[in-house]
Design a protein around this ligand. Sequence first.
Ligand SMILES: Cc1ncc(COP(=O)(O)O)c(C=O)c1O
Length: 360
Amino acid sequence: MLSFARGVPAPECLAVEELADCARAALERDGRTILSYGPGGGYGPLREWLAERHGVEPSRIVITSGSLQGFVFLAERLVRPGTRVLVEAPTYDRPLKILTRLGAEIVTVPMDDDGLVPDELPQGDFAFLYTIPTFQNPSGRTLSLERRRRLAELAAQRNLLVLEDDPYGLVRYDGEPLPSVFELAGGEQIAYCSSFSKTVAPGVRVGWYVLPPQLAAEIEALAVSTYISPPYLSQATVLEFLRRQSFEPNLERVNDLLRERRDAMLEALARELPEDASWTQPGGGYFVWVDLPSGPPSSKLLAEAEEAGVTFVKGSDFFPGGRGGEHSLRLAFSFVSPEEIAEGVARLGSLVRAAAPAAL
Ligand SMILES: Cc1ncc(COP(=O)(O)O)c(C=O)c1O
């Protein structure tokens, strides 16, 4: 099966030897701390490193076992049945599932190619807005600078907590980085989270949150009551990787590997899809979002594609209640090789073209 479903890095991206070395060095340096219980908010020296990077007190940093674990804590703290939460449409499917499980009333904010449209934020009170402004999962879109400023402004005016999820910001293949909404806004209205999953390795399970002080303390307490303390060995291994200046060269290597895959995906789509198909042009991240207005419903296409040995995630999985994206697909280019991408998109293209006449 050629998988465009898996939003994970290709095995070649993982710096196995270097991380093994870092784990040993971390244990030798600080083994008695790392191998014991300790603060729920994370390994102190990594918390300090992150705090300095974000210009906040270490107590505002909470390091979680992957950033998704932090999302669970935050949602458990802020959401009760019926609580209204804003999300982009489409958005990352796992937070949608978590919010649904907690009984949230999920309200969507429209998007276009420049990301969410701040002036179309629905009126009313919301516990928070969840947004992925850079190389969004699932669309690959990036919020423009102008809209970042406007979102920061509106968040302050409306006293709206914004959770900016930014795991892909550094996974950039071209163009200049944009400031985060958190950086533009300053203060405490914007909570920020990111992860070392895409820049070091998902298996280290190290994500982090920058939160208003009170919320940081509450989330840390939830972490303690869930797992007492997080896996310091992973966190210390990541810190060692950062301290020996391995992070930047590794990121450059990973981005080179993934840029080649992004290019292979965009070239194959241009070659294989019918004229009325359209897709995003991500400058980074893992995903391309494809719209097939005259193609078969993406659930039908998925069943046929799987028979032909290709898989992807259908667009409706990224909308609350599955309402939306019926003719859209999310294609991840991060896991498969450029050759597999060419082959998989060719198979998808022939299924779409074969179905098109019947759909007209
Ligand atoms: C937008 C987004 N947020 C969070 C995550 C989860 O990351 P982590 O591995 O840090 O839990 C992902 C993983 O794919 C993601 O795409």
